[in-house]
Design a protein around this ligand. Structure first.
Ligand code: NAD
Ligand code: USQ
Length: 394
């Protein structure tokens, strides 16, 4: 297939592009390098050194013989979106290209506005362009399990049958997101569902859990192919953070009681899920939702797991929760559609946890310990003007 990967310079986009290319698809990648600018703004960088996109693509050609076509630009620019889609002519578009950190979106008013404009406008530009150019293009959109929040009932896969005052309907599952970032994904989901309904587009909304992991079969072929790995208090996700904290002797930062339970998956399963969604498109006009995760864990259990198997001494610390969220709650989410398409999950294992800590140990000299502490407070409301994407060095 011809598949365009938006956000193809990011943590998940780059390994997805490599995986699809290795599997024989014609792949293009799109990125604005916004993520590299957030690093400058936050004074942090990937634990694992990453190359510039042009170098990554050149090395991939040398290593595999396959070509990945890069397109540099911003999805909030509708002319760029139109020219890119016209030039590449995709059958499927995998859309990773959004500001994806909940803490970043909660820094202040400017970062909340930036996150929602970047994410919602980028997706709207795509929807209009697909509708104008070729409505048969399948939009595979990365949403998030956090759209649902943590309700006191089982989370269904996108929709729930409700009987109310004697009448029954199948309706979108209620959304109770917990940050302005997660809210941007809910807004996207509504816009995509609406576009499928009125223009007959087709889309798969992948409500993905928290991803962990650092290497995939393709990224490990050459150091130039490595993907980014974040451990800082703004962009680092929980298990990746705990592994690096363990490696540098920093007490694992469990926020509050640690009973927060989240859906999770291995980075290798992200790649498999994306290919399964592309190869099995929905009908024209269909908007479908897959819950993309393999297991659920509480934050406390993850910390204890790292402590138990890490090849170094580890302390676990409960620190005041910078977020406003439930710290003990019911959590049971359904995921049937990706397994039904053939997903064979890589479940979390001692081996995976140890490999993450070992990555931390290998690159411990690159760790900025100052950047580990969480600094963004959900309860603070800062409305002053700042410059997201950081003009640092500009
Ligand atoms: P990432 O920040 O590493 O990658 C996103 C990429 O998109 C970056 O390279 C960035 O420069 C690019 N980008 C952002 N805005 C853009 C724009 N307007 N135009 C062009 N490029 C733009 O993030 P990631 O961890 O790879 O996540 C990818 C997607 O998956 C995101 O949409 C995220 O919400 C979703 N997701 C991630 C996780 C996770 O645990 N990492 C879990 C669930 C869902
Ligand atoms: N947490 C800690 N200690 C830490 C870091 C996090 O206890 O050091 C807790 C948080 O309070 C939260 C949970 O761990 O309850 C998850 O936090 P996270 O930063 O790992 O994940 P989150 O903010 O939810 O966001 C990440 C990605 C986002 C994606 C989401 C999937 O950054 O792009 O959408 O995971 S989901 O959680 O399913 O919505």
């Amino acid at each position: 297939m011809r598949i365009l990967v938006l956000g193809g310079d990011g943590y998940l986009g780059w390994p997805t592009a490599l995986h699809l290319s290795q599997r024989g698809h014609d792949v293009g990648v799109v990125d604005s390098f916004a993520r590299r600018h957030y690093d400058d703004e936050m004074g942090t960088s990937s634990l694992v050194p990453i190359r510039q996109l042009q170098r990554r693509v050149a090395t991939w050609k040398e290593v595999s013989g396959h070509t990945i076509e890069p397109f540099i630009g911003d999805l909030t620019d509708p002319v760029f979106v139109l020219e890119t889609l016209r030039s590449f002519g995709p059958e499927a578009i995998v859309h990773f290209a959004e500001q994806r950190s909940a803490p970043y979106s909660m820094i202040d008013r400017s970062h909340a506005v930036y996150t929602q404009v970047n994410n919602v406008v980028g997706t709207l530009n795509l929807l209009y362009t697909i509708a104008d150019l070729d409505p048969s293009i399948h939009l595979v959109k990365l949403g998030t399990m956090g759209e649902y929040g943590a309700p006191n009932i089982d989370i269904e896969e996108g929709f729930i049958e409700i009987t109310h005052k004697g009448r029954t309907d199948v309706l979108p599952f209620p959304k109770q997101p917990n940050s302005f970032y997660h809210l941007s994904k809910v807004h996207d989901s509504h816009n995509i569902m609406f576009a499928c309904r009125i223009w007959g587009l087709r889309s798969t909304d992948l409500n993905q859990g928290i991803v962990y992991g650092q290497q995939t079969p393709e990224t490990s072929l050459h150091a130039d192919l490595a993907t980014r790995f974040d451990y800082d208090g703004v962009f680092g996700t929980v298990l990746n953070r705990f592994a690096v904290q363990a490696a540098v002797g920093y007490p694992l930062t469990v926020y509050g009681k640690g009973g927060q339970t989240r859906a999770m998956l291995d980075i290798r399963d992200t790649l498999a899920c994306i290919e399964l969604a592309c190869l099995n498109p929905p009908a024209q006009g269909e908007y479908r939702v897959f819950n993309q995760f393999t297991e659920s864990f509480s934050v406390r259990d993850l910390a204890e797991w790292v402590k138990r198997v890490a090849p170094v001494e580890v302390k676990v610390e409960s620190i005041p929760n910078p977020r406003s969220e439930q710290e003990e709650h019911y959590y049971q989410a359904v995921t049937t559609k990706l397994p039904a398409l053939g997903l064979k999950p890589h479940l979390l294992s001692d081996e995976t946890v140890v490999s993450l800590v070992e990555a931390g140990l290998r690159y411990r000299d690159r760790v900025n310990v100052e950047a580990i502490r969480p600094t963004v407070n959900w309860r603070a409301t800062k409305s002053e003007v700042s410059v997201p994407g950081g003009a640092v060095g500009d």
